[in-house]
Design a protein around this ligand. Sequence first.
Ligand code: NAD
Length: 338
Amino acid sequence: MKVRVGINGYGTIGKRVACAVAAQDDMELIGVTKTRPSYEARLASAEGHPLYVAQQEQAAAFEKDGLKVEGTLEDLLSRVDIIVDATPGGVGEIYKDLYEKAGVKAIFQGGEEHGLAGVSFNAYANYKEAWGAKFARVVSCNTTGLVRTLFPLDKIIGIEKVSATIVRRGADPGDSKGSALNSLEPSLKLPTHHGPDVQTIMPWIGITTMAVKTPTTLMHMHCIIADLKKETKERDVLDVWNNVPRVRMVSGKHGIRGTANIMDYAKDLNRKRGDFMEIAVWQDGVRVVGNTLYYYQAVHQESDVVPENIDCIRAMMKLEPDAMRSIQKTDKSLGIGK
Ligand code: NAD
């Protein structure tokens, strides 16, 4: 029998996870919640995703706009085995009791604290930690990006310590309240939270981070310096990442000079919504000097966590004991790696 999945919060992340769930043969998308009859609500309806409202009083506006509502969040919870909470950061916390009372497992996103779920998740690094769990949190886009390249590097070569600068997109493309138009804004709370967030998955790793907010919407860029445990050649580092699903090498020599080219490439690959779910590492930007590795990677913040949510559902619902098999199944269904 397929696992019944609901999505609470159909925004940037929620709408992508909804489509990804609908693409799995071991899951069924039962419905998604919206608070207003926005274009995204119409899109959900057009995609065949049953619409629910977060609160009963919101239903009238949908019906006035000709959108069929199947019920409230409580109704949705009574029909699912697991809910993916993709509400804005800090809102998921308010819903935890409701999920618990309904006897439904829940996945929270990176805008929530680690303590809310007790398990922070990345499919490649700690799939087994979410096995059968009642609650888990798929870490943020930046943390997912850092763990995707650092975990395999640490496993195969060994990392002494990491220092990274996160050059952050100011807002998502659809968000009109972004960062200042003509300004680079350093994060003054140092070191930033990104390092400790990586440690929720790799508690043994020494990592410190800084961040700068920039007036771009497309992707984040990470500038990473890692002290390795042994002298290593660039070829060895590239070999590690070439064997990691969801890390994809790009090259300046082939015309990928920046994040705009990656987004263009994703469209040319016919990726849904123009998403690029892999972490893009510039192979000609990888340098090793002695034991020190330098590299750049780009993170498509709107989509890199989507396949992680799918694998997290599989682990929590005990659908597939083998992490790599789940990853391969998810990637095949979403066209990742092609
Ligand atoms: P978003 O604002 O795009 O979408 C949130 C959705 O939740 C909207 O549709 C909104 O209408 C709905 N919502 C608001 N309040 C609600 C409520 N009380 N009940 C039900 N629904 C409600 O947000 P997002 O960018 O998709 O972020 C969702 C989560 O994913 C956050 O924890 C965020 O930190 C995390 N995340 C975001 C990104 C990103 O770059 N956008 C990347 C990775 C993780």
